[in-house]
Design a protein around this ligand. Structure first.
Ligand SMILES: [Zn+2]
Length: 452
């Protein structure tokens, strides 16, 4: 590489080259820090029984300063480059732009199990390299996404060898707040508006809908002047948005009524869910069981059908209970079906938000006046246990459906929330108070609304 080429490369952080002096100082500091740590590990104040601290001190390899200086004298100049992957790029073309003229490095990246991840970099993604003045690779770094997993792959030169390592990408978490007013009855036109420094990502819009659609029909209920506030997480690397996280809190004012919801997560299990802002109405998304039952007589599994005597998959859960026991809607929703349906006997289907629905079979009778299209709340009685249809005794056949397909309701941990314990409630109230404060900052003055 000629000297002009050297300086035409895009420079990372505006640093044209790292001087020999800087490198020596940096190396010396690292050595001192490690030496200090090593000394602590064997200091007599350490518990003598703590044998692990001893082995730590033995495993420490202090960098040899003399070696480093010698290496630096050979490679006086070190160049840092950053490039982005372009359509049609090959490893060769990226290396050329990065100023790497190092056949060994190319072969290494193509063959090494970890380094090969660099070949999966998508268009627009960054790759950074350090080379010496001859274009030999000193180090290479890129962050690669594998599904939701982000890792930073580093290739480093160790003498005449190259070594690859991968670490979890260091992402910066930001909490963003947005406030929007519905202008023309459409949620999406409001979220596209770029009024306060950024669009609201589609994933967040989807979460807003999911969060409030038990209370608000986003296709029909929205009115000009409705508004919402949302607090959500985003994850960044090198000033670039990598992914959006979840909504931490949301408030939607629909026709003068405020609906509020706060995310709460168990600090140990990391299981979480949304709760109302006052912390009192900690409504679960779905009841674990829609009936006071004696026992689960059949789970979601293969079984011999009790009426037909053949092996069939049982696509629901049977709750054995006395004839006439009230059956409750397991979540908020709309009645989608009331009537008789072959094997199910007297059946009620409730449509919930998103594509969730629940079905309740073998009822002896329906709740009086129950009709299709009726809005119901979690816990409302919709019918009574019976043995209509193909049933050998009184029980409720309960199905949880996603997109019309029956799923095992016992396996849906994220939808069936556990109530908060007293300790959790205290923690939750602190989080909720903070979110409530943020909402009050976001809300426009003079708009009084009834909390609900
Ligand atoms: Zn059943």
């Amino acid at each position: 590489m000629n000297p002009i080429q050297k300086f035409t490369h895009q420079l990372w952080h505006g640093l044209a080259r790292t001087s020999r002096k800087t490198r020596i100082v940096a190396g010396g500091t690292a050595a001192l820090a490690l030496a200090a740590f090593g000394a602590t590990a064997v200091a007599p104040i350490a518990d003598p029984a703590d044998v692990t601290s001893k082995s730590v001190s033995e495993d420490l390899q202090l960098p040899n300063l003399a070696d480093q200086i010698a290496a630096l004298q050979q490679n006086q100049q070190q160049f840092t480059h950053e490039e982005r992957i372009r359509p049609g790029d090959s490893l060769g073309s990226v290396f050329t732009r990065l100023g790497i003229t190092d056949a060994q490095a190319q072969a290494f990246v193509r063959s090494d199990r970890l380094a090969r991840g660099i070949l999966t970099l998508k268009n627009g993604k960054r790759i950074q390299a350090e080379t010496d003045e001859n274009g030999q690779l000193l180090s290479l770094r890129a962050t690669v996404a594998n599904k939701d997993d982000l890792k930073t792959i580093t290739v480093t030169r160790k003498g005449d060898k190259l070594v690859a390592s991968a670490t979890a990408a260091q992402l910066e978490r930001r909490v963003e707040m947005r406030s929007r007013e519905i202008q023309n009855g459409s949620l999406y036109s409001a979220t596209d508006a770029n009024t306060d420094g950024g669009q609201i990502p589609d994933q967040i819009v989807g979460q807003i809908v999911e969060m409030f659609s038990t209370s608000i029909d986003f296709r029909g209920d929205l009115k000009r002047g409705d508004r919402f506030n949302v607090v959500y997480e985003t994850f960044w690397q090198d000033g670039e948005l990598v992914r959006t996280g979840r909504i931490l809190a949301g408030e939607f004012i629909n026709r003068g009524v405020a609906y509020q919801s706060v995310w709460y997560e168990d600090p140990v299990s990391h299981q979480g869910g949304y709760y109302s802002l006052d912390g009192k109405a900690l409504k679960k998304a779905f009841l674990k069981s829609p009936v006071a039952f004696n026992r689960i007589s059949s789970g979601f599994s293969m079984r011999v059908h009790p009426v037909f005597g053949v092996w069939k998959q049982h696509k629901g859960v049977d709750f054995a209970a006395p004839m006439g026991t009230p059956i409750k809607a397991s979540g908020d929703g709309t009645i989608d079906f009331v009537g008789t349906q072959n094997g199910y006997g007297n059946l009620v289907v409730v449509k919930h938000w998103a594509n969730y629905s629940t079905a309740y079979g073998h009822m002896s009778r329906f709740a009086s006046g129950l009709r299709r299209g009726q809005k119901i709340s979690q816990g409302d009685v919709i019918g009574y246990v019976g043995a209509t249809g193909w049933a050998t005794g009184p029980h409720l056949h309960y199905e949880f459906r996603i997109g019309g397909e029956a799923k095992d309701p016992m396996g849906l941990k994220n939808l069936v929330q556990q109530p908060l314990t007293t300790g959790e409630l205290a923690r939750f109230r602190m989080a909720a108070a903070d979110m409530s404060h943020r909402f009050s900052l976001l809300s426009q003055a003079g708009n009084t609304v009834a909390a609900r």
